[in-house]
Design a protein around this ligand. Structure first.
Ligand code: UDP
Ligand code: MN
Length: 342
């Protein structure tokens, strides 16, 4: 049967030994675990003329978020494993990064089509201290309804440890390309609620693991719903003006009042034929998410978009000739964030 690589045993002890030998690279940075944001896209250019530009802007958004928060970021555009194509590509990638970066405590997979829309919000890292996997979703939808959308694998945290390597080992064989992936797709369609019959996807496979082997994986999995670690774009993208009018809640809640992440699930700018939503609605929503997020950065430098629907920007406020001091609120403080760890 398919496997991601040679079996790894005793990883936690070996990682601890590595960390002890490398005090200059601690797994904690300041007040939080060391985090590596991981994202990527296919090696080939998009068939759609606009697709690569959208990917560029989506990565620009991640570069902004990571700079502001002092997070490392890795962009993958290679097929590391011929069996793990498409949405499965994240599995061998996460495994390779874990093993190569023992200093990283948490890896944060973020889909290319997920946009950070609250640039100041940071996940409450300490809440997850006892868990190895953090998914956005609802426990009842997973364990009671067995819903394939009870969690989302477009934005999740996974700890660098033996448990996670074991999870990847249990997860990956369901995605091996060809007849195996097709058969698991049929199994998921039968066993999970609301799941249409298409080839096995990594998200359904993870739900399937959680419901069929809850004892093995459930305890260390945190299912988060208090903020939008993964916010579904449809209910968000028409409300950005309203959010700005009402203002960002103090402290930053990351919930639907000013969503942390807006994820364009089902929009496939690089695969026109596979769109589940009208392409122009996806395209317009993405434009608005990028600009809503970008305004939180541009304002620090004295600019903003003329509207969320256009790339055109205008100057806000007058130059004083002195150093810019935008820190009159939490978004303003992003220029020199005090929480920035590294
Ligand atoms: N992806 C990748 N390489 C590929 C195809 C996809 O790294 O060859 C990544 C990319 O970041 C993409 C994610 O896998 O965002 C999941 O796919 P997609 O967002 O299209 O699925 P959806 O969120 O719509 O279910
Ligand atoms: Mn996605």
């Amino acid at each position: 049967p398919y496997s991601l690589g040679r079996a790894i045993l005793d990883y936690d002890a070996r990682r601890s030994a590595w960390l002890a030998a490398h005090p200059e690279l601690p797994a904690r940075v300041g007040r939080r675990p060391r985090v590596l944001v991981v994202t990527g896209s296919a090696p080939a250019r998009c068939p759609d003329a606009d697709g690569d530009h959208l990917l560029l802007r989506a990565f620009k958004n991640k570069a902004d978020y990571c700079r502001v928060h002092g997070l490392d970021v890795f962009y993958n555009a290679a097929f590391l494993d011929a069996e793990m194509s498409g949405f499965w590509a994240k599995l061998p990638l996460l495994r390779a990064l874990m093993l190569a970066h023992p200093e990283v405590e948490l890896l944060w997979w973020v889909d290319s089509d997920a946009v950070f829309t609250d640039m100041a919000f940071e996940p409450p890292w300490e809440r997850y201290a006892r868990h190895n996997l953090v998914l956005h979703g609802w426990a009842a939808k997973v364990f009671e309804e067995r819903s394939w959308v009870g969690i989302n694998t477009g934005s999740f945290l996974i700890r660098n440890c033996q448990w996670s390597l074991d999870l990847l080992d249990a997860w990956a064989p369901m995605g091996s390309r060809g007849p195996v992936r097709d058969r698991y797709g049929e199994l998921f369609a039968r066993e999970l609620s609301g799941r249409p019959p298409f080839e096995a996807d990594d998200q359904s496979a993870l739900v399937y693991l959680l419901v069929t082997q809850r004892g093995r994986w459930g305890d260390k999995t945190f299912i988060e719903s208090t903020y939008e670690l993964n916010g579904f774009w449809e209910g968000i993208v028409d409300r950005y003006e309203e959010m700005r009018r009402k203002g960002r809640p103090t402290g930053g809640l990351g919930d639907d009042r000013w969503p942390f992440v807006t994820h364009f699930v089902g929009c496939k700018p690089c695969r026109r034929y596979a769109d589940s939503y009208p392409a122009d609605r996806c395209r317009r929503g993405m434009e608005r998410a990028f600009n809503f997020a970008d305004d939180q950065i541009l304002r620090l430098y004295g600019f903003e978009h003329e509207s969320f629907n256009t790339t055109a920007v205008q100057r806000v406020g007058n130059e004083t000739g002195g150093p810019l001091d935008a820190d009159d609120d939490e978004l303003g403080r992003l220029l020199h964030p005090t929480f920035r760890a590294a």
